[in-house]
Design a protein around this ligand. Sequence first.
Ligand code: AMP
Ligand code: ZN
Ligand code: FE
Ligand code: FE
Length: 276
Amino acid sequence: MMSDLRADLHIHTYYSDSSMSPQNVVREAKKARLACISITDHDTVDAMPEAFAEGRKLDIEIIAGVELSSEHGKKDVHVLGYGFELKKSPLALKLNEMQDARMARMKKMVARLNSLGFPEIRFEDVASRTRSNAVGRLHLAQLLVEKKVVTSIEMAFEKYLGEGETAYFAKFKQTPAEAIRLIKSSGGAAVLAHPMLTGRDEIIPELVKAGLDGLEAYYPNCSMEVANFYVRLAAKNRLIITGGSDAHGAGKKNTYIGKGYLPYEYVAELKKRIHA
Ligand code: AMP
Ligand code: ZN
Ligand code: FE
Ligand code: FE
């Protein structure tokens, strides 16, 4: 029989593009009666020390996590890493480079917007929206709304920031297979994030060859049919399945911590794939 312990393995903090502190995330997880969570910020693990400390206080299991950016062709592909070695691992070292690339890319995006007639958009005001150097498009979109360049986050992505739009620039150059190898060489498990949003199922076989461990089949606002499709695809490729809310606090309105929770049995399967 399934236990009723639940997990949420995809949550952001204000070290990337959520409004929430790690402590706040762990407290919300407690309220949602979760037994286990993973914080998976974009290209940073800065939230980990505070998350582990608060997890010990509130008796919630915390699994080290990250959501790595990569690109297949011109398409953004997100790879989740779990349980990797945090200190001096290949992954930990690479994150510095990835964040430097994010800062350089954001300077280009701001310069483009300035040249498009929006001198009021300043790099410092974007960068100050996160506690780490993992500055991203959601931060810029929020500033564009605040400065009344656009009327909504959606519009910011549609007009300027979406893949291929005028103020879009790519980040750190890394393929999904490279991101997977980075996680695996640091003792972690690698999971393809929200495959139903990414829409690149055809690359899954080559990612399996690179060491992919799982698919994020359970994702909020996605139908049971779609989830079951990925559950079957995972089984076919001997992959585990994971799930999480992708909660961003006030940064994303259509989800919250504990939405689309994962039964704990799947966490046990995930842990078997972790070697750190
Ligand atoms: P970046 O990693 O800087 O390229 O930004 C990607 C992040 O921006 C995603 O993880 C989302 O949090 C956010 N994002 C991307 N597209 C949209 C969209 N259309 N509306 C709202 N947020 C988005
Ligand atoms: Zn995000
Ligand atoms: Fe993502
Ligand atoms: Fe995410």
